[in-house]
Design a protein around this ligand. Structure first.
Ligand SMILES: [Zn+2]
Length: 279
């Protein structure tokens, strides 16, 4: 049996699987005790787990959690911990890397990008069959590219990240800034009479177009998969992107690029279960 975990900013989802088939799944709010305690509890409850794969909403290098703005870290060097204490191999990557691995497998593509917009804005890229990692496995942090100044800081400490505009966290910050109440959803912003609400929505859409246009222009993917909570809740976004992307992406790069919505239920979790095969 193998264990795969998707550790998001708020929720933890896990499956136990055997021979590629899921035999048990469980989910819940992130444990206050932390990820290592959650895994140890699971190992105690289910005997015979041979590998652990983790999709993690944070930055990872060589099995070590470098940074995780929204998750409490109990042990940073998590791979070493499980190797030493339990002799179980553990594979961990950031959630967008896991998502793009799952999307690439499903769509049988060697050149594919996955752009997810939810609480944050994230990107994973596979080029010529290989995950783009960079020097310290920090490549493709699209949410933190400089875009324009906001009157507040991003989770990373800068005030000019595109994530301040095109993400759920960004929408909440703008609503607080303007003193707007109500639900922080695109739908609610659209129905709000306040002019500032319409501005937040317009800024969100425009920033998303910049992010999608930049991804296509920089990485020339065969397929660009769009996912994440906000994308799922707002099917109109894909039409908005398709109608306007011509003004944001380099034309030859856009020509053969398929822009599609993710069809996987939980791509990061599926990717986590595939990590041992690619490491
Ligand atoms: Zn940032």
């Amino acid at each position: 049996m193998n264990l795969a975990i998707d550790m998001g900013g708020t929720n933890t989802r896990a499956i136990i699987y055997k021979d590629g088939k899921s035999i048990l799944s469980f989910a819940g709010k992130n444990s206050q005790a932390g990820l290592v305690s959650f895994i140890e509890e699971t190992l105690n409850r289910y005997n015979g787990i041979k590998t652990i794969g983790i999709s993690y909403a944070g930055q990872i290098e060589d099995g070590v959690i470098i940074d995780s703005p929204n998750i409490k870290v109990d042990v940073a060097n998590i791979r070493e911990y499980f190797k030493t204490k339990y002799n179980i191999p553990l594979y961990i990557q950031n959630d967008l890397t896991c998502a793009v691995i799952a999307e690439a497998q499903m769509r049988k593509s060697q050149n594919i990008s996955a752009l997810y917009v939810g609480t944050g804005l994230g990107l994973g890229v596979i080029s010529d069959g290989r995950v783009i990692k960079g020097n310290h496995n920090l490549a493709c942090e699209i949410g933190h590219i400089p875009y324009k100044k906001a009157p507040f800081k991003c989770g990373c400490g800068k005030n000019n990240c595109i994530e301040n505009f095109a993400s759920g966290a960004g929408i909440i910050k703008w609503m607080n800034f303007y003193g707007l109440r109500g639900e922080a959803t695109l739908e609610a912003l659209k129905n709000e009479k306040n002019q500032k609400a319409k501005e937040i929505l317009k800024e969100f859409e425009e920033a998303l177009l910049y992010a999608v246009g930049s991804t296509i222009t920089l990485f020339n993917p065969e397929i660009l998969v769009l996912g994440g909570g906000i994308m799922e809740a707002n099917p109109y976004l894909i039409d908005m992107l398709l109608s306007n992307i011509g003004d944001f992406a380099l034309k030859p790069s856009l020509k053969d690029c398929k822009i599609v919505k993710s069809e996987l239920k939980n791509a990061p979790l599926i990717g986590a279960s595939l990590l041992k095969d690619i490491s």
